[in-house]
Design a protein around this ligand. Structure first.
Ligand code: EPU
Length: 322
């Protein structure tokens, strides 16, 4: 079996139940789950089982998980809300660490507070929640994030954006955990954000961020949120199961427009279909597999290449075997 990048996958179990028990003793049995269906942890609802799913609430638990991972030597991956990722039908041989939190708690990966125009937010907080919190606090700069189904950590990592804004525009500081378990603070001037790219080393784990916003009238901020929400509802299949925009926009172009011109809207392979509303979304119309989706991606790329000469680059991260 091969990874999507062509390298061979080791299909042996990476972590035994005994090894996992060690971690369960440290962070609690309900936070370490075997054979977790990734389809239930991604917005596209595709993906087989992860060997182990870890659900940390605090930075200290995250540190314990990393130190255990270093000891057992297993592949691992961090998941936010699973909104920009396509997992293989075969799942993930290793440990998936999901940091998305359901409830705000102080001093956890899910904290959210502000002092003046500075907002401190944990990596596992959902973007929509950050946007509404900032609106209530009379702080502008996060309205664009209202309809994005991701969390802060993922949005920072991929420099998510919409409506002319990007995450990098508002970041003042980042809190990260190194693979050696050290907590570090990165200042804005040491970061190099560009379109859908944060420049952060792949082994750094984002635990939180401080955002620098601007004061504004809460009712004006709320109106802007409503406008963006309306715009998104009219132009994107927000109610459908998808992984968001599938491809990055080529410089000065919209990938969705190119896919539209190439006649791909409504084209389907199995359960995966190009949204008839917006060409850059592949929606799961029921029972889509990663094979369906990858085959549809190939065919979209081919048609766009033939029609427009443009080579589309994936925005969504594809993980696992083919
Ligand atoms: N268009 C078409 N046909 C389509 C889709 C778009 O002709 O099927 C045209 C639109 O009519 C418009 C232009 O293309 O004239 C741009 O479309 P849109 O405003 O929808 O923006 P986009 O470039 O397709 C980007 C981001 C979205 C973000 C929107 C709104 C990327 C890849 N996409 O889309 O982000 O929500 O702007 O700001 O950068 C994402 O990153 O996951 C994402 C959805």
């Amino acid at each position: 079996m091969k990874h999507v990048d062509g390298s061979m996958i080791d299909t042996n179990p990476t972590v035994s139940a005994e090894m996992a028990e060690e971690l369960r003793q440290v962070i609690g049995p309900r936070s370490v789950l075997p054979q977790a269906a990734l389809s239930t942890h991604t917005t596209f609802k595709v993906g087989g089982p992860a060997d182990w799913l870890c659900l940390p609430e605090t930075v200290s638990q995250l540190r314990d998980i990393l130190s255990w991972i270093n000891k057992v030597g297993t592949p691992w991956i961090v998941l936010g809300n699973g909104s920009n990722i396509l997992f293989s039908d075969d799942g993930f041989r290793g440990v998936v660490i999901k940091i998305r939190g359901a409830r705000p708690v102080d001093h956890t990966l899910w904290h959210l507070s502000h002092s003046g125009v500075q907002v401190r937010v944990g990596a596992g907080v959902g973007l929509a929640r950050v946007a509404s919190y900032c609106a209530e606090a009379g702080l502008t700069g996060m309205e664009w994030a209202t309809g994005i189904p991701g969390v802060v950590g993922g949005a920072v990592r991929g420099n998510a954006g919409a409506h002319g804004w990007e995450m990098g525009d508002v970041i003042n500081e980042l809190e990260v955990l190194t693979s050696a378990g050290m907590l570090e603070t990165l200042q804005r001037d040491s970061l190099s954000f560009r379109y859908r790219h944060s420049g952060l080393a792949s082994d750094l784990l984002i635990t939180g961020a401080t955002l620098s916003l601007t004061e504004d009238d809460p009712s004006i901020i709320r109106r802007r949120i409503q406008e963006y929400t309306e715009q998104r509802k009219n132009t994107q299949p927000s109610a459908d199961q998808s992984a968001g925009c599938m491809f990055k926009n080529p410089a000065g172009e919209s990938a969705g427009r190119l896919i539209d011109i190439a006649g791909c809207k409504g084209v389907a392979v199995g359960g995966a279909m190009v949204s008839p509303l917006h060409g850059n979304f592949i929606v799961n119309r029921g029972g889509a597999t990663s094979k369906d989706t990858l085959s549809l991606i190939d065919s979209i790329r081919e048609k766009v290449r033939m029609e427009t000469g443009v080579e589309l680059e994936l925005e969504v991260r594809v993980v696992g075997s083919i």
